[in-house]
Design a protein around this ligand. Structure first.
Ligand code: ATP
Ligand code: BTN
Length: 331
């Protein structure tokens, strides 16, 4: 931990060179202290160029999170959303899970400029980096029990697609149960965003959901190499630059609307919309089973409770989220 690392990174966020002397003067510390603080940035996986005679520089300009811009995008909804912005967290989901027992409030959103130990489902890793991805989690308390929340990750997907489409990313589609993909005209599917929902509470209720979302903004080559599936970012698909703060504001606005609707009407209400954006509708898929087996099938659609319907050699089968992972059939 080094308290100066993020103040220095904020000065470097413009992507330009800053001399060690200038940084030291602005922060009222020695040049050696600046150097030390940037050693810690390196430990966090943040690349900072250091050129003799010119100073320090990030590989590219980054837009850091800004509470006011995010809240302004929320309109009236801002009144009851509690937003926390952190420079660095290991995982926004883990942070909120740990805070649950402190009675963390409803509609509490935690976003991090840098997440270094992001989690996917079943112990998988979510890769992120400073300014290269949006990582946040929202805590939502439901009066009902976990059994009534089976369609929640699908509902959250609807909110993400609505937000992305409003930024012109109309190629964004949904992969059951928790991913947002971009599908190009050759039917190549690449993952743009992921959703991780963790539940706590009784089956009968009440329950609390920690809804974690990661959206790729501008992945570095280094990060792409660490991802073992086709991945894509907004910078590659958007026709104009998208401000991450505006994106987060619009994502939250859509999430709040969808969650209120889900709470009152369940997933059935968003079923048609989800199906419209379904990336694998009537497509051949491989299904990875938890025991390592692979089964081939043709996706028929989803049931009203959010389960996946697949025609396999054993007939029409239903799968609940957590039972299988879908993969493309490799030709
Ligand atoms: P499923 O959700 O269907 O079980 P999945 O393999 O997508 O399958 P998840 O837990 O949803 O699994 O997501 C984690 C996976 O996402 C990682 O194992 C990795 O393959 C991929 N991944 C990790 N970081 C990123 C990223 N920034 N962008 C795109 N994909 C990523
Ligand atoms: C997935 O595709 O399986 C889910 C990825 C979810 C990643 C987000 S990033 C913010 C939040 N914090 C985490 O540790 N994970 C989620």
């Amino acid at each position: 931990m080094n308290n100066l690392t993020f103040p220095i990174l904020k000065l470097l966020a413009d992507g330009k060179f800053h001399s060690g002397e200038d940084i030291a003067r602005q922060l009222k510390v020695s040049r050696a202290t600046v150097w030390n603080a940037l050693q810690y940035a390196d430990k966090l996986g943040i690349e900072v160029f250091s050129v003799r005679g010119r100073g320090y520089k990030l590989p590219q300009a980054v837009t850091l999170l800004d509470e006011q811009v995010i809240l302004n995008m929320l309109g009236e909804q801002r009144i009851w959303l509690k937003l926390e912005i952190h420079d660095h967290l290991e995982s926004t989901n883990t942070y909120l899970m740990k805070k649950l027992s402190d009675g963390q409030s409803h509609a509490n959103c935690v976003a991090a400029n840098l997440q270094t130990n992001g989690r996917g489902r079943r112990g998988r890793t979510w890769q992120a980096g400073l300014g290269v991805s949006l990582t946040f989690s929202l805590l939502w308390r439901f009066p009902c029990g976990a059994s009534a929340l089976s369609g929640l990750s699908l509902a959250v997907g609807v909110a993400l697609v609505r937000a992305l489409h409003s930024f012109g990313i109309t190629q964004a589609q949904l992969k059951w149960p928790n991913d947002v993909l971009v599908v190009d005209k050759n039917m190549r599917r690449e993952k743009l965003a992921g959703i991780l929902i963790e539940l706590q509470g009784d089956m009968e209720g009440p329950s609390t959901a920690i809804i974690g979302v990661g959206v790729n903004l501008n992945l570095s080559e280094k990060i792409k190499q660490q991802i073992d599936q086709p991945a894509i970012d907004l910078a590659s698909v958007a026709t104009h630059t998208i401000n991450p703060n505006e994106l987060l504001g619009v994502l939250l606005k859509n999430l709040l609307e969808v969650l209120e609707n889900f709470e009152q009407n369940g997933f059935a209400n968003m079923y048609d919309e989800w199906v419209t954006h379904h990336a694998y509708h009537l497509q051949q898929v491989r299904m990875l089973m938890p025991d390592g087996r692979e089964i081939l099938g043709m996706v028929q659609g989803i049931a009203e409770d959010g389960n996946l319907l697949v025609e396999t050699s054993n007939g029409l089968q239903r799968f609940a989220s957590g039972e299988i992972s879908l993969r493309d059939v490799v030709l």
